[in-house]
Design a protein around this ligand. Structure first.
Ligand code: M6R
Length: 359
């Protein structure tokens, strides 16, 4: 049931405030205490290895920034299909975290089995609680996103991010590191901020009509927004069949800038955080070469850097650490409305399956 929406994807994008409320309810008490299962013990490990595929992998990449910055914990992240054949040495002071919406992704399950018996603990973060990954994990962290039907993952991604951030906070507590002021309480603001971001839909629809004529689109981001650039590009590829790449802004001048001309739109994700100036200077390099920029930022960012861009999408102000969760919304909407403009099959893109149970 699409609940009055044209596609499951639209419904699932719109459901995110509710889905995240459920996730917060599961992992934060009313007085903002972290209520992750007690078995999840970061004092017994000194390293975290996260493994996933596709969108789950990008969630893990954001998680890496959080675990490193907030919990000062070394983190390794890999795509499951690479991890499983690399034969990486695994110490018994490593926590293995496997992130999968379906809980059935063959490569992720194989990577879990590789780590089982070697790692200190196997944690499965899944949306489908009765799944193989859940069954074979020592600790299961359900997403509580509700059924995700659209092939493109949306609400599972933002719920994964929320839990990863709460996990990083728990790791910091257990490692005796002070939590950033205002977290986890700030997480309560996320559903409301997403509701505000969802109202930018009309503007994004208009932007996407133009984007839909492009053959190649580049997404740029820095720091914790770099994985969001890749997530935006993945969503766009899978739904609109437009070739898209997500790059770390600072990598641009090491090759990809050669692609830039006025036929290649560049979408820059840049909340006004500590890395803003760096990202903007990369954006200006793009504009100097005739590139057309769509800047996704907040009001202050728009005021400072909006000039000369072809479009500015002004997001609500968000605490720095939470930006990746909020900026997932325009990433999803850009893919969705570009696909609508092109007339592709949004919920069931060609060549793709919701659950990839073969390697
Ligand atoms: O069920 P999983 O989270 O293990 O699936 C992993 C990927 O196949 C999945 O995220 C895929 O990349 C999505 N279609 C992206 O929208």
């Amino acid at each position: 049931d699409k609940d009055g929406h044209k596609h499951f994807m639209a419904k699932e994008i719109a459901e995110q405030p509710l889905a995240i409320d459920r996730t917060l309810h599961a992992y934060l008490s009313e007085i903002d205490e972290i209520t992750l299962p007690d078995e999840l013990d970061f004092t017994k490990v000194d390293r975290l290895t996260m493994v996933a595929c596709g969108t789950g992998y990008y969630a893990c990449m954001v998680g890496k920034y959080w675990f490193e910055q907030i919990a000062k914990m070394p983190v390794e992240v890999d795509v499951a299909s690479e991890f499983r054949y690399r034969e990486p040495p695994v110490s018994d002071r490593t926590l293995g975290l496997f992130v999968s919406q379906s809980g059935e992704t063959a490569d992720t399950l194989a990577a879990l089995r590789y780590m089982n018996g070697k790692a200190n603990q196997i944690v499965g973060m899944v949306n489908v609680s009765e799944s193989s990954i859940a069954r074979e994990s020592d600790v299961v962290l359900p997403l509580y996103a509700g059924p995700e039907i659209s092939v493109a993952s949306t609400k599972a991604f933002t719920c994964q991010l929320v839990i990863l951030l709460i996990m990083a906070l728990r790791a910091a507590q257990q490692r005796g590191i002070a939590l950033p002021e205002s977290l986890p309480a700030d997480l309560r603001a996320i559903p409301g901020l997403i509701n505000q971001a969802l109202t930018l839909e009309n503007q994004i629809t208009a932007t996407c009509r133009e984007l839909s004529a492009a053959k190649d689109i580049i997404f740029l981001g820095r720091g914790q927004l770099y994985p969001l650039a890749m997530e935006g590009a993945l969503k766009l590829k899978e739904l609109s069949y437009i070739h898209a790449e997500g790059y770390a802004s600072g990598e641009l001048k090491h090759g990809p800038i050669a692609l830039i001309d006025d036929t290649v739109p560049v979408i820059v994700m840049a909340p006004r955080d500590a890395l803003f100036d760096k990202t903007i200077s990369n954006m200006q390099e793009v504009m100097a070469r005739g590139g057309r920029v769509v800047l996704v930022t907040d009001a202050e960012g728009a005021r400072i850097a909006g000039e000369g861009t072809s479009e500015v999408i002004v997001m609500p102000q968000v605490p720095d650490a939470l930006a990746p969760i909020l900026y997932a919304i325009p990433a999803q909407q850009i893919a969705y409305y570009t696909a609508i403009a092109k007339g592709t099959d949004v919920d069931q893109p060609r060549n793709l399956a919701k659950s990839v149970t073969v390697e």
